[in-house]
Ligand binder design. Sequence first.
Ligand code: TI1
Ligand code: ZN
Length: 716
Amino acid sequence: MAVLEENRDLFNMDSAQLELTPFDTIKDEHGQAFKFRQTYKGVPVFGNELILHTDADGKVTAVNGYYDPVVKIKGLKVKPSLSADQALTVAKQTLKVTAAASFDVQESQLVVYEAGEGDYHLVYLVTLSTLDGTPVYADVFVDAHDGAVVHTISKLSMVAAVAPASGVLDDTKTLNTDLVSGLYYLSDVTKPMFSTGGKIDTYSANYGLSLPGTMLSNTDNVWSDKAAVDAHYYAGLVYDYYYTEHGRNSFDNNGATIKSTVHYSSNYNNAFWNGGQMVYGDGDGKNYLAFSGALDVVAHELTHAVTTKTAGLIYQDQSGALSESFSDVFGELIENKPDNNWLVGEAIVTPDIPGDAMRSLADPGAYNHPDNMAEYLYTSADSGGVHTNSGIPNKAFYLFVTAPGMTQQKAGKVWYRALTQYLTSKSIFNDARNATRQAAIDLYGAGSAEVATVVNAWESVGVNDSTGDPFEPNNSKESAYAPVISDTTYNGRITSAGDEDWFKFTPSANGNVTVLMNNMAYDYDLAVYDATSNLIGQSTNRGNLAETVAFSGTAGATYYVKIVGYNGAQSSTSVYTLKATFPTVTTNKWFYETLPMDTPHPYPVSYNNRYQHTYKKQGAQKVALHFSRFETEHTYDYVQIRDKNDLTVYTYTGTLAGFWVTLDGDEASAILFSDSSVTAFGYTIDQVAYYNPTAIVSAGMLAEEPKTSFVDPIEE
Ligand code: TI1
Ligand code: ZN
């Protein structure tokens, strides 16, 4: 201490006595080492120690280590505002071990911690270790003044690993596993939530009833438990959907660990969310296979957790049927089959009967479930028919998502917003109608086709707005409802004796126009006028016979449809359906070309910036490349996508599923960089596309808009 005091200027130290505390000495035949910890007003400065060495004669030979002269000029208050117990609670929450029954280490110590250059905090350094659940051994630095978690350090050597495995249907997939102290666990530590400790952990109940059971583990990272493989893998896909599609970080949007237990009970024919985790039965093998074998079932269960954390729909009667419906809907959206058949659970239901399922969104009636309020089932079974009456909102969603111009992605945004921002625990179907309508207004604008489409969908299943006709006020030509979309059914009402309902539409090409009114309970009549109020045609059949007006329309002309009740015929509850069919030119102007571009397979090593593909389409507003296969050595070999100014817009590396990349401008280049070792397949660009809104559209050239992938693994 005296030597350090004498030399304190060397370290910019004011006083060795006040700033250093001896804590250890080591002696051997070569001499001694004296260890000192830096302290500030008696509080240790985390990580800062000095070691003074002497030779065997006691002569000082060296001083090494870390001492920070800056900490004392920061005026840090060393009297904590939080108690050690409060810090302990925060630390347990952070590590998600609040439920752990016992801790092998549970310590806390006040230290000064430098979070970033010159950013000092008085913190409780809390160390926790438990084997209850997945092994946890970590340091948490909790600010002793405001309780914020400044930093966490996991002290277990967790190594994220991957393993190929096959699922319930013998399909192969790649699992994320975790190597902890020599054992591999079915624990996915690769998701963004892991930065705050969130994982996907999969357990087995071993055919018993206690939950969560035991974490699945082995020493060779070989996984033969197919139900567990699928529960684990599909939970990851569901996490990814909510995270990338809706920015939702796990079911609580706060990175909560997602737990699943398979092999619950024996031959158990169901799956459920128990309030804290997912639970899967193995099925009896005849009526059901293991329930985790279907992505839509896994998504159904995890969506119950999202619902619980958001709308909180009460699990009975209409609110319960809504909960079931949201689970089914997101089950289908997450399954996201290109040719979605809207069948729920088809992968695991009655393996001997192909094409069979649990429920159908497209046709609930195929499973004896109602698809209209008129068929609503009043029952005390199944919590008020939650798995039956869900058919009504399921069908509304189906009508919405399959309407012209709608996509699964757009419909998913509307349903998600309704669930998370508008619905409440007591919500009934009518509230869901209003919630999805308002969500569509928020996302697409009050006059958008999306709003009309969603209102129509609910009307079609008999979930009517208590305010009556959804298209009011439309009592005159001037207030005619627009936009009427071709080939789309509108459900209006003549609500009083003098009520007139007006609609208008504009064909964008010459050709046949048909206006059809149907489904009336009373005698309503139909007329069509042009913009200068000339009568184009009318239909005044007797009674409730269908009315139709057909004529040859002109591109760009606006036509007005008038509906009136004959002789005062009216009803404030029964709907008529109106459908206009007219020629339209699609506005989607993506043009596809097949222009294969391949790297050599495999690509050579040290191929830096020498291999380049450029797709140029003079005058296009956007261009897009479709990579049907992409495999490079992760991190070391990568592909840059550059725009026409040679600016790198995206960088891709590793093995990626087929994806589109879209750039503004009329040129896109892919450039491969490889280092001096390890090669892989490279890539195949099998298709390209360009966007040109002024192009003349010819049939057969249009397809869906390319999807842009913004994943930039290197940036991440
Ligand atoms: S959330 C769970 C409720 C189960 C209650 C009993 C514990 C549920 O709805 N499970 C789904 C599972 C499912 C999902 C099966 C999609 C097939 C497809 C379910 O529909 N269960 C049926 C068998 C039911 O409970 O009536
Ligand atoms: Zn359910």
